[in-house]
Design a binder for this molecule. Structure first.
Ligand SMILES: Cc1ncc(COP(=O)(O)O)c(C=O)c1O
Length: 410
């Protein structure tokens, strides 16, 4: 399916559908008239096979307690093999209603109050919340922006782990918001440091299927397996970002080592008695079974959107710098050479009428950045560029007025 055919057949208007992204603008941003580019879901309906599978279940009309669909595991395992050359075993797999919920549960399960937990800002802000809400000690090792893109600082990572006696680290792989797909050597170095210091790694791999051309995702579990370090890794992922089904509440936890499984099962007995999401599993299975082409089209669209918007910035507002998008549909943008950090809300939200994720949500050091969502139509992105160009004109004419005034004064 061409990008155009995909957009025409799958793009849906989401206003007045109880969409958080479109219908909570007043509540979240104080204004309704914004174009939403925040929160990580998209304007595209799920693969047809998913709709059909859900319709069959809905037509049956019974939503009593359910089992995991019989072929769920083999379908999901085949997907992992087909897309990531990943093998894993049925015993590893546990379900959660979401990856964020899984993070809260895993932090609870594998650490005690007051234990140190490390994250790598700028990073998906619920990582901060989980550490704080669970009353653990927050330890950060910032990613470093280099001429070669964002990198981990392994010296700093090791130092902070040792200094704070870190017990657990939450890795974002691929990384939201900087868009990195971590390379094998990077994951090896990260894991070596964690394992040498008895740090359990929770690898949040929810974006692992959204990989742009030229990049290869590898799971931290695969690296750990090769190194005999499976005891040090837990993985979370889900079909929700891949296929735009976050509200169906179906996510995966992989516990690849029997010791961790025992700890988690004991913890669950005390703390967790939620049912699985039957609709979520039906949808997930259908997507993993038949969603390859849909995903190819979606990725082609995201890739096109990325290159297009990057070119527009280069051509018309070259002071705006974008991070290289290797994965996710979330673009990390540095506005600091264009507008002062304290003016970002004024220009982007009040003037351009865009609802974005602000840089300071991801790190105290990234005020002046924004994250925008490219999982939308090229038409919406044209609106974004038109509005930013208008703002740019205002800024430039404002500058001109100031310089004319200055001349007059002289
Ligand atoms: C890194 C990361 N983890 C987790 C989530 C949310 O997962 P869930 O909706 O399953 O809680 C997101 C959503 O944007 C994300 O970017």
């Amino acid at each position: 399916m061409s990008i155009n055919e995909f957009t025409v057949s799958h793009y849906k208007k989401r206003t007045h559908t109880d969409s958080l992204k479109w219908d909570a603008l007043k509540e979240r941003y104080g204004h309704e008239d914004l174009l939403p580019l925040w929160v990580a879901d998209t304007e595209f309906s799920v693969p047809e096979a998913v709709q059909q599978a859900l319709q069959t279940k809905i037509t049956q009309g019974i939503f009593g307690y359910s089992l995991v669909p019989e072929d769920y595991f083999s379908t999901y395992a085949n997907w992992q093999k087909r897309h990531h050359q990943q093998t894993f075993e049925k015993d590893w797999l546990f379900f959660s209603t979401g990856v964020v919920q899984a993070l809260y549960d895993l932090v609870d399960c594998f650490t005690e109050k007051g234990d140190a937990v490390l994250i790598q800002p700028p990073v998906y802000y619920p990582f901060f919340n989980v550490v704080r809400d669970k009353k653990r000690q927050l330890v950060t090792s910032n990613l470093v922006s280099t001429s070669n893109g964002y990198q981990m600082d392994f010296t700093d990572l090791e130092k902070r782990i040792k200094e704070n006696q870190v017990k657990l680290a939450i890795l974002c792989s691929p990384h939201n918001p900087v868009g990195r797909v971590w390379k094998t050597e990077e994951l090896q170095a990260y894991l070596d440091i964690c394992a040498a210091n008895n740090v359990l790694v929770i690898s949040d791999e929810i974006h692992s299927d959204i990989i742009l051309p030229g990049n290869q995702f590898i799971s931290t579990a695969e690296i750990a397996k090769e190194k005999g370090l499976l005891e040090n890794v837990v993985v979370c992922n889900a079909p929700s970002k891949t296929f735009n089904m976050a509200s169906l509440l179906n996510a995966h936890i992989w516990l690849p080592h029997p010791k961790q499984r025992e700890v988690y099962q004991n913890w669950s007995q005390e703390n967790k008695h939620t049912e699985n999401s039957s609709l979520g599993q039906i949808a997930g299975q259908a997507a993993y079974q038949s969603g390859d082409q849909w995903l190819d089209s979606f990725l082609a669209l995201v890739t096109q959107n990325y290159h297009w918007i990057k070119e527009q910035f280069q051509q018309y507002i070259p002071q705006i710098e974008v991070a290289e998008l290797q994965a996710t549909y979330l673009l990390w943008i540095d506005l600091r050479k264009w507008i002062p950090p304290e003016k970002v809300k004024y220009y982007i939200q009040d003037q351009a009428k865009l609802a974005v994720d602000f840089g300071e949500w991801f790190s105290t050091e990234t005020k002046g950045f924004i994250r925008i969502n490219l999982g939308t139509s090229p038409d919406n992105l044209r609106l974004v560029i038109n509005r930013l160009l208008e703002v740019n004109q205002t800024i430039q004419s404002g500058d001109n007025i100031q310089s004319n005034e200055r001349e007059e004064l002289l």
